[in-house]
Design a protein around this ligand. Structure first.
Ligand code: NDP
Length: 332
């Protein structure tokens, strides 16, 4: 299997600052970039040393590429992915996969039917902190997990204060942006699925209209475990954490809901406190290595399309719960 050749769909912050270095550091090459604006396509291609900048998806898909990375705003993921799948390209798609469940399901099913790899870019399950927590749970070190708490409230940087705060058609709001990551992290660490969610939302200082820029959710998982999540765009001084509390111990992760490979995890049991050893591999690079193995037929993507469907379904249920005040069932 040769190193993967990528076409980038979306001239975005996440592509520029995180994914382009990760593609290159994992041996990949970037053939092209698609933007809806000819100027942005040309500027982005030049600034990032990408041979082709285009506004035409067919041109990008006709190029010599194995896979596309889709990081446009959320309402565009499905039509762009379906076109890529039709052209025989593997897909790495940003979360949330879509702004509605049915079209996301159609996209994931289409990739499977075509025998193509489809992955969701949930980076956090690649974090050394999250993997250490998963391993501790599998090893039985906290007994039966009963509760989880995720603190993922942050401040949306000024340069990103655009569609996330204003545009419901693009999937604005903190729930689809951040709660979806919490859900994927919890599913990965706990090894089980959510079954219902009750959510309260806030339109605090940044968003407008009915769009939430803060949310707290209670999520019930299959085993009866209850998770609490706190997500916001509006808190300048909050830190992130993820805790799992079990019958025989607690896992206390700090600074661990981040893009950087930082953070610590303490395991607290009757024996005392132990700081777990953490692998500091770049999260996005680890995910791309897994994607490469999946394309080669020797592994699975880090987060699959089905994983993306679960986080989307739970996020959409949280949005619905925030509006109705009712607990909403989650299923895919
Ligand atoms: P951006 O806000 O940077 O870009 C979104 C779109 O806005 C682009 O596709 C682009 O359109 C357009 N755009 C970009 N710059 C300008 C500009 N100067 N003027 C006008 N329009 C512009 O997106 P993000 O990188 O923040 O997010 C993109 C996707 O990635 C989302 O799905 C998000 O949820 C996800 N994401 C995932 C992360 C992760 O860690 N997994 C982290 C951050 C985001 P065009 O492409 O047509 O040029």
């Amino acid at each position: 299997m040769h190193a993967l050749r990528w076409g980038l769909i979306g001239a975005t912050f996440i592509a520029r600052d995180w994914m382009i270095p990760a593609f290159r550091n994992t041996g990949g090459t970037i053939a092209s970039i698609l933007s809806s604006s000819p100027e942005r396509a040309a500027d982005f291609a030049r600034a990032n040393d990408i041979p082709v900048g285009t506004t035409d998806l067919d041109t990008l898909l006709a190029g010599e590429i194995d896979a596309v990375y889709i990081s446009t705003t959320n309402e565009l993921h499905v039509p762009q992915a379906l076109a890529a799948i039709k052209a025989g390209k593997h897909v790495l798609c940003e979360k949330p996969l879509a702004v509605d469940f049915a079209s996301a399901r159609e996209m994931v099913d289409a990739a499977e039917k075509a025998g193509l790899v489809f992955a969701t870019n949930h980076h956090l399950r690649n974090s050394g902190t999250h993997r250490a927590m998963r391993e501790a749970i599998v090893a039985g070190r906290i007994g039966r997990p009963l509760f989880a708490k995720v603190a993922h409230a942050r401040y949306l940087p000024e340069f990103l204060q655009g569609w996330r705060l204003t545009n419901p058609e693009k999937g604005a709001g903190v729930i689809l942006d951040i709660t979806t990551h919490d859900v994927d992290s919890l599913r990965h660490i706990l090894g089980e699925n959510p079954k219902s969610v009750l959510c309260m939302t806030q339109t605090g200082t940044l968003a407008t209209g009915a769009i939430e820029d803060g949310a707290m959710s209670l999520i019930e998982f299959d085993s009866g475990l209850i998770a609490q999540t706190h997500d916001a765009f509006t808190t300048r001084f909050a830190s992130t954490s993820l805790e799992i509390h079990g019958t025989d111990g607690s896992l206390l992760g700090t600074d661990c809901m981040t893009q950087d490979p930082i953070g610590e995890v303490v395991l607290r049991t009757a024996a005392g406190e132990e700081t777990l050893s953490i692998d500091r591999t770049n999260l996005y690079e680890r995910s791309l290595h897994a994607f490469g193995r999946a394309v080669a037929g020797t592994g699975e993507p880090s987060a699959s399309g089905v994983d993306g469907l679960w986080s989307l379904a739970t996020g959409l249920a949280a949005v619905e719960s925030g509006r109705s005040g009712q607990r909403v069932a989650v299923h895919i």
